[in-house]
Structures are given as C-alpha cells and as structure tokens.
Design a protein around this ligand. Structure first.
Ligand SMILES: [Fe+2]
Ligand SMILES: [Fe+2]
Length: 283
C-alpha cells in the first residue's frame, strides 16, 4: 500500500482491474493461510483437553479452542467485508504436518510437548503475524488483527505459565520435549513465512508470483528475523536453559532465519553449547 489515503476501506469493492488487486490477493492468501492455522489450533486445543491435569485447566483449554474458533469466524468475516475469498479449510500441507506431530505428542501423553507446539511455537508465530497485519494494512484488517492479537498474547502467556511450572517439576523432561518439538515444528512454521506456496494461490486463483509483502511495506527477511527474535523471547520467558535453546535457535539458520542480535549464539564459540550442526542431531 502506498499511503493511508489509498488504503482500501470496508466499502472498497476490488475488481480485477482495481489498482488494489495485488493488495487484496495478498490479503486473501494471508487470511486463508491464517484461517488454516486457526483450524489447526482448534483441533490441537481440543485434542489436548484430556491431558490437562485439572478440571479448571480443561475448562481453560476448551475456552482457548473456542477463542480460536471465534478467530476463524472473524477472519472469514474480514474476507466478506473486503470482498475477497477466504478458504475455510486447511490447504497448505505444513499445518497438517504440525497437526500430525501434535497428535504424536498426545499419543505419548507428553503435555509439555503439546503446550510447546501450540501455546509457545504456534502462538508466537500467530502474534508475529497479527502484529504484521496491523502495519500498513487497511483499517478493517487492522481492527480485526488487533482484536485477535489480544487473545493470542493471552494464549502465549497461559502456555508460558503452565510450562514454567512444569519446568520446575521436571527440567529434563520439559527440555527434551522442547528439543523434540522444535526440530519437527519450527521448520514447518518457518517454511510458511514466505509468499510462495504449495497450492493455496492456485486454489484462490491469485498470481503466486505476483503477490508480495512489499504491498504492505514489509519483506520476508524482516519478518523471518522478527519471528525468530519473538520465538527466542518466548523461550526465554518460559525459563528454558540457554544451553539448550541456543543451538535450537542456531539450527534455524539452515531454514534461512537468523535472529537480529543473538549474543547467545557466541556461546557456541566457547563450547558452552552445541552448534547448529550438533543441534540437528539433538533430536
Ligand atoms: Fe487464533
Ligand atoms: Fe491462540
């Protein structure tokens, strides 16, 4: 978007000839893929309920699933208001891969891995996404993203609080769960910080090569740095050991992600932690 004055509004009705078509194609792509993430979240939270240790925690988890369902409705309504198509099912295969890993964690009754995958990893990426959707987008998108962001920040905080308690009880098991989940889920999540897709653009009938984040004044590299920084911050807030998290963060460079100022990576130089290559073997 060039300026606020040219931003589409809720009254805008884009047409194929509209100068805003590229913007709306991008929004159709982002919103559809975000709905897919929300659908995955509904399923993850629902599947996690029986693992929760108390009735209060089960009720809170059901509430989280309900809030993700509400986000699906809000995003669908956003597409209707701005007149672009929003898919109401998962199209991109990464979400299905993450679901599969989550189900594997449920099958082994690894609640820490479930919380790490959904409350920490997925919610952190959701927060980065909903923050991005408030930068240089239209007023309706900004309003929707701001409302959803509040819920996602609470979900992240709930996960941080739960995991901090579990970490106190059994540091080794929770760190093992982090390593297990990181190598399976983070590459899938990061592969979606991209404007290329498997088949979503085809399904939406938008030009896969033509959509670009530059239409909302951001770029993939900046977004990847922000995503990795925010992920690192979330891990720190839980209280994970930097000797474990440092090689995990370093391993993300093989997926094209490098944090903006990761002083901890220097720890790998003096042997305090294993490096990126070793991290790949840690799982
Ligand atoms: Fe959500
Ligand atoms: Fe959430």
């Amino acid at each position: 978007m060039q300026s606020t004055a040219t931003m589409p509004t809720s009254e805008a009705v884009p047409t194929p000839a509209s100068p805003d078509k590229r913007y709306f194609d991008l929004m159709a792509y982002i919103t559809s893929n975000t709905v897919a993430g929300e659908i995955m979240a509904v399923e993850n939270y629902s599947e996690m309920v029986p693992l929760m240790p108390s009735t209060d925690a089960k009720i809170d988890t059901v509430k989280q699933a309900f809030e993700e369902a509400k986000h699906i409705r809000m995003l669908s309504s956003l597409g209707k208001r701005l007149d672009y198509e929003v898919k109401d099912r998962i199209v991109e295969p990464q979400w299905l891969a993450i679901r599969k890993h989550f189900s594997a964690a449920v099958a082994k009754r690894d609640l820490a891995a479930c919380l790490i995958i959904q409350d920490i990893m997925t919610e952190t990426m959701a927060i980065v996404l909903y923050r991005m959707l408030q930068r240089d987008t239209d007023p309706v998108t900004r309003e929707t993203a701001a409302a959803i962001l509040k819920d996602e920040e609470l979900h992240l905080q709930m996960g941080i609080d739960r995991l901090a308690g579990m970490l106190e009880a059994d540091r080794e098991a929770v760190h093992d769960a982090l390593i297990w989940a990181h190598h399976r889920v983070m590459p899938e999540l990061f592969s979606m910080v991209s404007t290329s897709c498997h088949s979503l653009c085809d399904e939406l009938q938008v030009d896969c090569g033509g959509i670009g984040l530059d239409s909302i004044r951001t770029d993939i590299e900046a977004l990847r740095v922000e995503a990795l920084d925010t992920y690192m911050e979330s891990l720190d807030r839980v209280g994970f050991d930097v000797r474990v998290t440092t090689p995990l963060i370093a391993s993300m460079s093989s997926y094209g992600a490098v944090p903006s100022a990761d002083l901890r990576l220097r720890a790998t130089d003096d042997g305090a932690a294993c490096g990126a290559t070793d991290a790949a073997r840690c799982c």
